[in-house]
Ligand binder design. Structure first.
Ligand code: ADP
Length: 164
């Protein structure tokens, strides 16, 4: 049986923190699907298609990792597919408090046998978030090294320049 896991998030844009968690999660399962959450109420910096393309490029040498997106209830998406686990990264107590509640609700909604799995962020990535990076780049700054790949930073700059 293929053990397929899902990792969810907005990935707007993908950071080195995400990349680390994704690689570590991929090593634990046969297949890992990166599920981009589409929020119809929130216009992101990048479109779902742009995020997909950027993530696919980063993991092009990892055939066990693929990208998908979904909208609506996570449990519906997960239950309709063949996932054994949903992976999330934990950076802080704040992440923990939120994720604990979500995982306990999902425990009631997921089909039997689908587990929520948490990986602790590496210390160097605990302050890395897409929103931190967006905030810095949106006002013309450069994020500290190790937050976001250069090609992503470049795309962010182009995006903010287009927006004016
Ligand atoms: P963000 O909170 O940065 O907007 P997402 O919603 O895209 O991130 O998060 C997707 C998943 O990746 C979540 O489980 C989140 O906790 C995890 N994650 C995000 N940034 C990091 C990081 N720096 N280190 C570890 N995990 C992270």
């Amino acid at each position: 049986m293929v053990r397929r896991a899902l990792i969810t998030g907005s990935f707007d844009p993908i950071t080195y923190g995400h990349i680390d968690i994704i690689k570590r999660a991929a090593a634990m399962f046969d297949e890992l699907v990166i599920g981009i959450i589409k929020n119809p109420r929130k216009q992101g910096l990048f479109t779902i298609e742009e995020r997909t393309e950027m993530i696919e490029k980063i993991f092009s040498s990892h055939p066990e990792i693929r990208v998908d997106h979904f909208q609506g209830l996570l449990a519906d998406y997960v239950n309709q597919r063949d996932f054994c686990a949903v992976v999330r990264g934990l950076r802080t107590n704040k992440d923990f408090a939120y994720e604990l509640e979500m995982a306990q609700v999902n425990q009631k909604l997921f089909h039997e046998g689908i587990e929520s799995v948490f990986l602790m962020a590496r210390p160097e990535y605990t302050i890395v978030s897409s929103s931190n990076v967006r905030e810095i780049v949106s006002v013309g700054g450069t994020p500290p090294d190790g937050m976001v790949p250069d090609e992503i930073l470049q795309k962010m700059r182009e995006k903010y320049a287009q927006r004016g």
